[in-house]
Write a protein that binds this ligand. Structure first.
Ligand code: PLP
Length: 413
């Protein structure tokens, strides 16, 4: 076979490895659920009427059903008199789009572009980094962290058509420093907070940036709004007010931010137009719609108010309670995600199914999302979980894992 094929992607392999676990999850009634919202963190299955607490939601601050955000969405729609103006934003845009970008730029201390999704932002930005159009000087060698989110890995083959692309071991500062010594310019691509818990070694990376001119791209979807005085996210919160010219951050506005769409944080206005014009999906016919933009304006106001701090505090309290009951590698971590490792994939679905019958949905995760042999329950804690529910949930996790996995890596605190 052509040796240029399957350098960065192999669906045969990925599907053969991943699909049996999806089938198992389906057999345990853990996917394809039809639901309606019946409370803050509560859903109800439409077909059975079964109510449950959703511990698999990225709405870490519980903002998605905040009345101000819903009202914002309605106002956005009412003021625009249209959900959607299907023309490229290069040509024209609703005035509310500028208001949202100005608001995001203020709270995140960067030049912000609002996008339809975080993945569209990534698809737009990464190839322009690879071709050196978002930085001065030479095209960089790109180093992707091995555990980068799928939305970044998806763009790897496109980047590899512009420059050399390497994959680093997870969070390996030595590997990145060696690359910086070897190549005149390196761009490192990573998550700020990872989907399976844990964060990037941002402080060490900033040191490498100072020393070697390392370009940094972070996708901080999981920590936006959750971390930082203005909810700017984990990576941005560790950076100076003026974003280094060698830094770009993208994040989803559909997670803790409480809205929909995504954001790109750029260091200056200089690359704004180029990013929009040549960023592929950023310039096609969809940009955030009027309801999404109205919701974003309302969320920006919440980010500027004491409510943000209050919700961040509640989330920390809930995480501290969970950590006091269940031992995970992420204990005490900045992220809202905890991975309770079970090990065996089938046992993971079985335990997850039993926990669901007790009224809590947590997603079982397997290879290739989790590392081989490290299947487990991905628990996503929120500000709007109440402590009694969390206590009942921890009882279930403790009881089931102790009873079922004799040599599981789960340790009960
Ligand atoms: C959820 C997530 C995405 C996808 O966000 P969309 O806005 O749905 O495109 C991308 N990257 C990371 C790290 C995520 O967690």
């Amino acid at each position: 076979m052509d040796e240029k094929v399957h350098r960065f992607r192999n669906n045969d392999k990925a599907i053969a490895l991943g699909n049996p676990a999806w089938d198992e999850a389906q057999a345990h009634h853990l996917i394809d659920l039809r639901v309606r919202v019946v409370g803050n963190d509560r859903l109800q299955e439409v077909d059975t009427g079964f109510p449950f607490v959703n511990l698999s939601s990225c709405s870490y601050l519980g903002l998605h059903n905040h009345p101000a955000i819903l009202e914002g969405a309605i106002n956005g729609l009412r003021d625009a008199q249209v959900l959607w103006v299907p023309v490229s934003r290069i040509r024209m845009r609703l005035a509310i789009m500028d208001q949202v970008e100005e608001g995001l730029s203020e709270i995140f201390r960067a030049h912000c572009i609002a996008t339809t999704t975080a993945s569209a932002a990534t698809a737009g930005v990464l190839p322009l980094i690879a071709s050196r159009h978002l930085l001065d000087g030479k095209a960089p060698v790109m180093v992707f962290d091995r555990l980068c989110h799928f939305s970044m890995n998806l763009i790897k083959p496109i980047c590899a058509d512009e420059t050399t692309v390497l994959t680093s071991p997870h969070n390996d500062l030595n590997y990145i420093e060696d690359a910086c010594k070897k190549y005149p310019r390196v761009a490192y691509v990573a998550d700020g907070a990872y989907s399976l818990g844990g964060t990037a070694p941002v402080e060490g990376l900033l040191e490498l940036q100072d020393r070697y001119g390392l370009f940094l791209f972070f996708d901080d979807s999981h920590s936006l709004s959750v971390t930082g005085a203005m909810g700017e996210g984990y990576a941005r919160s560790l950076m100076p007010d003026q974003l280094n010219p060698l830094t770009t951050i993208v994040a989803s506005l559909g997670k803790a931010f409480g809205g929909s769409g995504g954001v790109i944080m750029l260091p200056s206005a200089k690359h704004h137009d180029l990013t929009v014009r040549f960023g592929g999906p950023l310039a096609w016919s969809q940009w955030p719609n009027s309801a999404g933009l109205g919701a974003a304006l309302a969320s920006i106001e919440i980010h500027k108010s004491p409510l943000l701090r209050e919700l961040q505090g509640k989330l920390r309290e809930n995480l501290a309670y969970f950590d006091s009951r269940i031992q995970t590698a992420e204990r005490g971590d900045n992220s809202s995600i905890r991975l309770v490792v079970i090990g065996d994939e089938m046992l993971t679905s079985e335990i997850s199914g039993e926990i669901f019958r007790r009224g809590f949905y947590t997603s079982p995760v397997f290879f290739p999302v989790a590392e081989k042999g490290k299947a487990g329950l991905r628990v996503m804690i929120r500000a709007d979980n109440n402590l009694e529910d969390l206590a009942t949930f921890c009882d279930a996790v403790e009881g089931l894992t102790a009873a079922r996995c004799k040599d599981a890596e789960v340790a009960v605190a």
